[in-house]
Ligand binder design. Structure first.
Ligand SMILES: C[S@@+](CC[C@H](N)C(=O)[O-])C[C@H]1O[C@@H](n2cnc3c(N)ncnc32)[C@H](O)[C@@H]1O
Length: 333
């Protein structure tokens, strides 16, 4: 059955962040240089947001109001939320470190029908959190968590050497702050920052820890929206396969969207183009976070034809990074 709202969008409404997390591109820059990088002041103008919302949101099943930067840094974020609200996107959400949250924005979030706020918390203790999230404090985070209301909470935990020993604490911690969904990812290579010292070797201990963490989270009623691949081989017996499938469905790891993505991947060579759009603060639209050319004129058609004919265009030809890259061990390419 085809969807009335087939699109999945991620917008960067600003090119700035308030933090300098050790593994992130912002540890070395103050502003993201997305093309075209010119006249505007790093924040998407409200009238441009309104035009983008009218063009894409009525066809979108999911819209993220943040991607690579910190959406709460947009000085008129509350207005953007009010505009987004008019389009009744079923899954309106955004990732954030939450630190810049104000009472006014917290009210706007509750009123706009935002479904989920995904809060990045890469530590379950003050020491670890403050060592990674440079510029944030544990006290301020908890102050902002108290301010946030009327919306589902997701926690994003980027697993790296600096928080290596805290993964197993994540489900209990997440539950204690009212989290309903969990996104655990390996730290991945990032342009402009040498974060290789943070990589985790995917040895048997690491895999066992991930498996125990996943099972603990699901037992606590927390859904896994994204999680590193846990298995290297599928079970053989029918019974074991059925059990695995049931557990994955319960965990949130076997969804219609994931099946649709896999189908597009099989049919067109990549699951992104045509269904996904990444729109930067300048208004430039891209088919994914990797493709470097903005979509103009017939670029999307040429991209799809290139994939179909086995001759991908632009840096799609050399793209070794797939969506799952972040959820696989960084060393097992
Ligand atoms: C880049 S941030 C932007 C949104 C917002 N500022 C935040 O902190 O959530 C989005 C997510 O990417 C994660 N992240 C940053 N650098 C990463 C890396 N090198 N590998 C994997 N995830 C990373 C962050 O921990 C955060 O959860």
């Amino acid at each position: 059955m085809t969807r009335k709202r087939p699109l999945i969008l991620a917008l960067d409404v600003t090119e700035r962040c308030n933090l300098k997390c050790v593994m992130c591109h912002f540890s070395t820059v103050d502003r993201l240089p997305f093309p075209p990088y010119d006249s505007y002041d790093a924040n998407m103008p409200v009238d441009l947001f309104e035009r983008i919302a009218s063009e894409y949101f009525p066809r979108a099943q999911r819209v993220a109001l943040g991607c690579a930067a910190e959406p709460l840094m947009h000085p008129r974020f509350a207005e953007l939320l009010a505009i987004a609200a008019r389009h009744r996107v079923p899954d309106l959400w955004f990732p954030t470190n939450l630190i810049p949250l104000t009472e006014k924005t917290a009210d706007a979030i509750a009123r706009a029908g935002v479904r989920t706020v995904a809060i990045s918390i890469d530590g379950t203790t003050r020491e670890t959190y403050e060592r990674i999230r440079i510029g944030a404090t544990w006290t301020r985070l908890h102050e902002k968590l108290r301010m946030l209301r009327g919306v589902r909470r997701r926690m994003i935990f980027t697993w790296m050497q600096a928080n290596r020993g805290e993964l197993r604490e994540v489900p209990a911690f997440a539950q204690s702050i009212g989290v309903a969904e969990l996104d655990v990812r390996y730290v991945s290579p990032t342009d402009g920052v040498d974060n290789t010292a943070q990589f985790i070797t995917p040895d048997d201990d690491a895999k066992r820890e991930l498996e125990l963490t996943a099972r603990d989270a699901v037992r606590r009623g927390i859904r896994l929206t994204s999680f590193p691949e846990l298995e290297t081989a599928h079970p053989r017996s029918l019974f074991a396969r059925a059990q695995r499938r049931l557990w994955r469905m319960r965990a949130g790891l076997d969804t219609r969207e994931q099946r649709e993505y896999a189908k597009r991947e099989r049919e067109q060579g990549c699951g992104y183009p045509g269904a996904h759009y990444v729109i930067r603060a300048s208004g430039a639209a891209f088919p994914c976070v990797y493709f470097e050319q903005p979509l103009e004129g017939d670029t999307l058609q040429r991209l799809l034809m290139g994939l179909r004919d086995g001759a991908p265009i632009g840096n799609c030809a050399t793209c070794a990074i797939r969506r799952d890259a972040m959820y696989r061990p960084p060393l097992s390419s």
